[in-house]
Design a protein. Structure first.
Length: 163
């Protein structure tokens, strides 16, 4: 898998991948999928703030992405970011998510970030928590029933990595 910085032209494919998770799962608490245009805005905002957005491609097709966003808007949190990783479901389970997250963490360290927070909705299979734990994230808490989606209450696990 080739990993590279996201481009504006990737926005539509990123929207497609994320849209699946919005519509079919509880791993994101968005209830409506952002459009390609909205993803263009998100990519532009990430570039302006210096947060990396990476995409993974195989055979010229974008199959996943990873990004960092601000943990909180207050300035004292500026060295802490939240990570997100999404793969086309047809390409999960073969180490691609790990490769994207490892590269994202390298980029985070280079950019001067100090702490990365994983905010992981309990979708019932634990793969995201296991991935984060394998890369050194430590559990820091569980928020119970903080999201309601697809007719069920969803817990969220918090994990933290010091860079």
């Amino acid at each position: 898998m080739e990993i590279r910085p996201a481009k504006n032209a990737d926005a539509v494919r990123i929207a497609e991948i994320y849209g699946y998770y919005v519509a079919e799962t509880v791993v994101t608490f968005d209830l409506e999928a952002p459009s390609g245009r909205e993803w263009e805005d998100r990519l532009r905002a990430a570039e302006e703030t210096g947060y990396p957005v990476l995409v993974g491609c195989e055979d010229g097709r974008l199959i996943g992405y990873a990004l960092l966003t601000a943990w909180k808007p207050r300035p004292a949190y500026r060295f802490t970011a939240e990570d997100s990783i999404y793969l086309d479901p047809a390409f999960s389970g073969a180490g691609r998510g790990r490769a994207l997250l490892e590269r994202l963490l390298d980029e985070a360290a280079r950019s001067g970030l100090r702490q990365i927070i994983g905010v992981i909705a309990d979708a019932g299979f634990g793969a995201s928590v296991a991935l984060h734990r394998a890369l050194g994230f430590l559990p820091i808490g569980r928020m119970r029933q903080v999201g309601y989606k697809h007719g069920r209450w969803v817990d969220v696990d918090l994990l933290q990595l010091s860079l």
